[in-house]
Design a protein around this ligand. Structure first.
Ligand code: FES
Length: 155
């Protein structure tokens, strides 16, 4: 079937099976590799994108169901001139990624958190990322990176 998807502000015409997950369309058809395949069953968070600003596990949601619901991927966080988003800068500054497989999903979950709660407590940050798995154990640096980004955005 053919349908339209708006990704990072650009509309694409997609042809895929009715039940093809968004993650496959992003990676295999659009070349957007920020979202990662981890578990494939909605449990690890590696494939997280934003649907109208809210975190979404793209491995379990059919792309065709998202027509009319703008999607943001990690690639869409940068400014048009290539400047990194405050969260991307903070994750680099705090060296929050070790293998970094989980980081795109973490950053997008953090983006949703900071939009809803610009100055989150450490508990709120940990709660927002609770369902995102990091096998390297970088959790403390990830929390520090989000705190750093929150401070930078606050000015
Ligand atoms: Fe989607 Fe794990 S790959 S939640």
């Amino acid at each position: 079937m053919a349908f339209k998807l708006t990704i990072n502000g650009k509309t694409h015409v997609i042809e895929s099976e009715e039940d093809t997950p968004l993650l496959y369309v992003l990676r295999d058809e659009l070349g957007l590799n920020g979202a990662k395949y981890g578990c494939g069953v909605g449990q690890c968070g590696a494939c997280t994108v934003l649907r109208e600003g809210a975190p979404l596990r793209s491995c379990i949601v059919p792309a065709a169901s998202l027509s009319g619901h703008p999607i943001t991927t990690l690639e869409g966080l940068r400014a048009p001139d290539g400047t990194l988003h405050a969260l991307q800068k903070a994750f680099l500054a705090e060296q929050a990624g070790q293998c970094a497989y989980c980081i795109p999903g973490m950053i997008l979950a953090a983006e949703a958190l900071l939009r809803a709660t610009p100055q989150p407590s450490e508990m709120e940050i940990r709660a927002a990322l609770d369902s995102h798995l990091c096998r390297c154990g970088s959790h403390n640096r990830i929390v520090r990176a989000i705190q750093r980004a929150a401070k930078e955005v606050a000015g």
